[in-house]
Design a protein around this ligand. Structure first.
Ligand code: NAI
Ligand code: MG
Length: 490
């Protein structure tokens, strides 16, 4: 509790000495080529684009831009590997390669964490404690399934689909690559993966890992580029399955492009998760959960708890405690281990977030931001809350993908549910209460793929993840994640 002394310290802002993660151990090349057929090859486009550090706006590297011809080459390499060594290999041996990838990621964890933080702007603490260990855990988990598919789907024959085209976003670059590549390989498919244009570096490092792990050439191909490169993968006739994570807008474009084709697809799209706090909840713990749910990783999380519903009798307490906690959050150098909120991933994303701050105010919302200083260069957004907003407001309805929380109140259980479900999305949700029965009722009633109780943003490779409504199609993770990469026959 606040003693007079620590209250004073708090009002002056907590002072921490800088604790920067060293970057001496990492190697970022000046230029990266495409990873096709087991080799790093120059793009036929002849073009390269910059990837920058959003905390400094400085260039980190130049990365090859794959055009249609490059994508075609990658798909052909994947097809050749699929028809050749990969499908002839014993499933247990495929598993050994996947284990090897997992172990190399663990060995190089510090390097991966630092590069993830540099390229995308996320705090090193998160990259180190969440992204990299979870990425390794996904490879470990799916490696174990490679020779056990007949137990996963008893009585049915499980066949790979062929070549999987995988397109991932910039918020969890290595982790999203792991979510996609690990189950695809475990099921015997080969892969063409495209990372996001603002965060290609850890996928290119993963290409090095895959080469070091000795996978047969062409089993995993990594092509870099922006939307056109992604679209080229989607429309390529040699691709059997598309797995996409990103915006609902692009998800719709992909769905249209695939309509009527034989290609299978899974889409992991946007979200506007509700965090629901009942008066009987442990309030301090709930406040910590709200902060974790929307402010960490700059709100760049599809399952971010971006809507908060608080039972009326505790709303003043929750908001007071939340504002106090917001004042202690440190926004700044992503490589500093004390940093809670790093850089916004790109200038475009910062502009989008700022436009929503204007929209929220124009709609009549009361905006409150923490008072912390932010660096001059780079893309930054202070943690922000809106109160006095209503269900029809755009800041309540639309995905902002920034550290911006819209707060509303409710009186009854039913009101909480109807408000929480009043959204085009349905990816995740959270409930905070002392009563187990309320938790069960809530998880039955919230239409979302994942509902956390008295915690938020917890992930594990064994549990499926995915959305309802405009949040997507299909599930990733766990057994469900295998299903998405197999043809199951009776
Ligand atoms: P985006 O959906 O455009 O990008 C995601 C990936 O799709 C990237 O690799 C991109 O190059 C690729 N892509 C873009 N256009 C494509 C097309 N026509 N065909 C195939 N691939 C294509 O997301 P963006 O523009 O980076 O962010 C915009 C908004 O999307 C964010 O503000 C956020 O609201 C949402 N978003 C949601 C994510 C999630 O995890 N659900 C992740 C990233 C963004
Ligand atoms: Mg970058």
């Amino acid at each position: 509790m606040a003693t007079p002394e620590n209250k004073l310290a708090f009002e002056g802002g907590w002072e921490y000495s800088p604790a920067p993660e060293s970057t001496d151990h990492i190697k970022v090349a000046k230029k990266y080529e495409l990873f096709i057929g087991g080799d790093f090859v120059k793009p036929q486009s002849g073009k390269y684009f910059d990837t920058i550090n959003p905390a400094t706006e400085g260039r980190l590297s130049r990365v090859a831009l794959a055009n249609d011809a490059d994508v075609d080459k990658a798909v052909k390499a994947a097809r050749k590997a699929y028809g050749g060594p990969w499908s002839r290999m014993k499933p247990a041996d495929r598993g050994k390669y996947i284990y090897r990838i997992a172990r190399i990621i663990q060995e190089r964890a510090r390097e991966f964490a630092a590069i993830e933080s540099l390229d995308g702007g996320k705090p090193i603490r998160e990259a180190r404690d969440v992204d990299v260990p979870l990425a390794a855990a996904h490879f470990f988990y799916y490696a174990g399934w490679a020779d056990k598919l007949e137990y996963a789907f008893p009585g049915r024959s499980a066949k790979p689909m062929g070549v999987a085209g995988q397109i991932i976003p910039w918020n969890f670059p290595l982790l999203m690559a792991a979510w996609k590549v690990a189950p695809a390989l475990a099921c015997g498919n080969t892969v063409v993966l495209k990372p996001a244009e603002t965060t290609p570096l850890t996928a290119l490092k993963l290409a090095e890992v895959i080469a070091d792990a000795g996978l047969p050439d062409g089993v995993v191909n990594i092509v870099t580029g922006a939307g056109d490169t992604g679209a080229s993968i989607v429309s390529h006739p040699g691709v059997d399955k598309i797995a996409f994570t990103g915006s609902t807008e692009v998800g719709r474009i992909i769905q249209k492009a695939l309509a009527g084709s034989r290609k299978k697809y899974t889409l992991e799209l946007g979200g506007k998760a509700a965090n629901i706090i009942f008066a009987d909840a442990a309030i301090d713990q709930a406040v910590e959960g709200i902060v974790n749910g929307i402010f960490f990783n700059q709100g760049h999380v599809c399952c971010a708890g971006s809507r908060l519903f608080v039972q009326e009798s505790v709303v003043e307490e929750v908001i007071r405690k939340l504002r106090d906690r917001m004042e202690t959050l440190i926004v700044g150098d992503p490589l500093d281990k004390n940093t809670d909120i790093g850089a916004i991933n790109s200038k475009a994303q910062l502009e989008k977030i700022e436009s929503y701050l204007d929209i929220g105010r124009e709609e009549g919302g009361d905006m409150y931001q923490s008072s912390c200083a932010v660096p001059e260069k780079g893309y930054w957004c202070r943690p922000t809350i809106f109160t006095g907003v209503s269900q029809s407001n755009r800041v309540v309805q639309e995905e902002i993908f920034g550290p911006v929380l819209a707060i509303q109140t409710f009186r009854t259980f039913e009101e909480a549910i109807s408000k929480a479900n009043n959204t085009p999305y349905g990816l995740s949700g959270g409930v905070w209460t002392d009563k187990g029965a309320k938790i069960f009722r809530m998880t039955q009633s919230v239409r979302a793929g994942v509902v956390w109780a008295n915690t938020f943003n917890k992930f594990d490779p064994t549990s499926p993840f995915g959305g309802y409504k405009e949040s997507g199609v299909g599930r990733e993770g766990g057994l469900h994640g295998l299903d998405a990469y197999l043809r199951l026959e009776a």
